[in-house]
Design a protein around this ligand. Structure first.
Ligand code: APR
Length: 259
């Protein structure tokens, strides 16, 4: 059987499973935004940033040692993301949610492309790169700060919290930090009552998100992986659709609409 025939059959099978499901949950990672041109965290470590490793740029310790350096890295990543638009993969997930309103997307991505494609109530495990908050969350978690309202000179460092005068940081989860508990609890709760889980564009290497297919699998969910490459999740996937999400996901929506 050719790869195309295998994919065609897989798409039909995925469509049938989704149509019969009561609760669909989707976990996405960097791969879903790849076709929008968003570099992964590691891809962004090039040019001037190639000399650093993630522990120098994406940990609370690194921020305390050199807040200006970390802030500048995040400003650089924000600039890289500015031109990005949702791709057909994001659009297809939003289209699926319109057909199955209880579908929820859990994402590890810090971009806002799911929301811009029309997905609602997205569970964001790793925060939002567009937002900032007080490093100490001095007014309670999260103490969000709109830096566009602050007078500060980027040449001199990071903006300072207007409440406590200490640093403002990007509202993303860094290595070694715990995930926001409300999002994590919602995700686990959903996964325990999910019939079908779509796992899209994640390497399945960074926990606790990487554990989520196992949580759903143990609760009896049918796991569908969409990824051009083999991952540790492939081991427990009931159905593997090998291909880019921007091609595979729209085909699933088409198959649902055609049936
Ligand atoms: N469509 C679907 N999947 C794709 C595509 C595509 N077009 N292109 C690449 N992929 C797959 C890769 O094969 C890989 O398995 O997407 C996955 C991306 O893996 P990672 O870069 O490790 O991304 P992710 O799993 O989201 O990483 C988790 O690690 O870097 C930290 O905090 C960051 O949220 C991130 C976390």
């Amino acid at each position: 059987m050719s790869d195309e025939d295998r994919l065609k059959m897989g798409v039909q099978q995925a469509a049938a499973r989704l149509q019969a499901a009561r609760q669909i949950t989707v976990l996405t990672g960097a791969g879903v935004s790849k076709e929008s041109g968003i570099p992964t965290f590691r891809d962004a470590l090039d040019g001037l940033w190639a000399q650093y490793d993630p522990t120098q740029l994406a940990t609370p310790q690194a921020f305390l040692i050199n807040p200006k350096l970390v802030w500048e890295f995040y400003e650089y990543r924000r600039r890289l993301m500015t031109p990005a638009q949702p791709n057909p993969g994001h659009m297809a997930l939003a289209a699926l949610q319109r057909r199955y309103p209880s579908l929820r997307v859990i994402t590890q991505n810090v971009d806002d492309l799911h929301e811009r494609a029309g997905s609602s109530d997205v569970i964001r495990l790793h925060g939002s790169i567009a937002l900032n908050r007080c490093f100490y969350d001095c007014q309670g978690y999260p103490t969000r700060i709109d830096v566009s309202l602050l007078a500060w000179d980027p040449a001199n460092g990071t903006p300072l919290c207007p409440h406590c005068g200490r640093w403002v940081r990007p509202d993303v989860v860094w290595f070694g930090e715990v995930l926001p508990s409300e999002e994590l609890d919602r995700a686990v709760n959903l996964l325990q009552r999910t019939d079908v889980m779509l796992v899209v564009g994640t390497s399945g290497l960074v926990t606790p998100a990487a554990d989520m297919p196992w949580i759903a699998g143990r609760s009896g969910a049918f796991i569908i992986e969409v990824n051009p490459d083999l991952t540790p999740i492939s081991e427990i996937a009931d159905l593997i659709l090998r291909g880019p999400s921007g091609e595979v996901l729209p085909r699933i929506v088409e198959a649902i609409d055609a049936s």
